[in-house]
Design a protein around this ligand. Structure first.
Ligand code: PGA
Length: 246
């Protein structure tokens, strides 16, 4: 299946940065290229969508579970669509940590996002303490199952998963390739159990300190269907190299 490479700009990026995306658009436009997308801060979604004109996807980094209402500072899934987004990252560990998002809240957001027509990338991953305790498998399966249960009905045709070990995010540390393979295999079994044959198109992205230097090795791991890229996605030439590696 076609790999998906998503750049998560987090709380970075100004309008002036959109002019530097030439290398990214070029890499994404090459024959047989992987699917690419950027999730900028919400302030840039409309401008990025206009700039890329469908050549890469544009997404949000979160959405509210309600379509509109008295929720100061929040952004809804229909608003993301209105701004030109086609996908949204949900359940990122920084939001679980900083905003106290739990699996139930994330599930409600999945339902809202898909209801509005967005593709969802659900993030799961263990902390270093959980990993050291040998609980990685339980944690990622637990997060996946709980979010899906809370979402009630998930359309696998508009759903991808991202395995992001929390301790690997922004640290320059990456799991051993066999550890990535093991977690992706387990999540593949979870997807099969949840969706049956309809889940065959669901991609499992790896995220956490992906760079141009390690991308090829990570994409060579069985079960890796793409990458969710933070820091390296802020550098257009490096992000372009990761898209090419995919
Ligand atoms: P990183 O972030 O690539 O900077 O480690 C990945 C992410 O948080 O999605």
């Amino acid at each position: 299946m076609r790999r998906l490479v998503v750049g998560n700009w987090k709380m970075n990026g100004m309008a002036a940065d959109l002019g530097a995306l030439g290398p990214v658009l070029e890499a994404a436009g090459a024959p047989g290229a992987a699917e690419a997308a950027i999730c900028p801060p919400a302030t840039l979604i409309a401008a990025l969508a206009a700039r890329v004109a469908g050549r890469i996807g544009v997404g949000g980094q979160d959405c509210h579970a309600a379509a509109k209402g008295a929720h100061t500072g929040e952004i809804s899934a229909p608003m993301l669509i209105d701004a030109g987004a086609t996908l949204v990252i949900l359940g990122h560990s920084e939001r679980r940590r900083d905003r106290g998002e739990d699996d139930a809240a994330i599930g409600a957001k999945i339902a809202a996002a898909q209801g509005a027509g967005l593709r969802v990338i659900l993030c799961v991953g263990e902390t270093e303490v959980e990993r050291d305790a040998g609980r990685t498998g339980d944690v990622v399966s637990g997060q996946f199952r709980a979010a899906l249960a809370a979402a009630v009905a998930v359309d696998p045709a508009r759903f991808d998963l991202a395995y992001e070990p929390v301790w690997a995010i922004g640290t320059g540390r990456v799991p051993a390739m066999e550890d990535i393979a093991a977690v992706h295999a387990q999540l593949g079994r979870e997807i099969a159990a949840a969706f049956g044959v309809a889940g065959q198109g669901v991609r499992i992205l790896y995220g956490g300190s992906v760079t141009a230097a390690n991308a090829a090795a990570i994409f060579a791991v069985a079960g890796v269907g793409g990458a969710l890229v933070g820091g390296a996605s802020l550098k257009p030439a490096e992000f372009a190299a990761i898209i090419r590696a995919a």
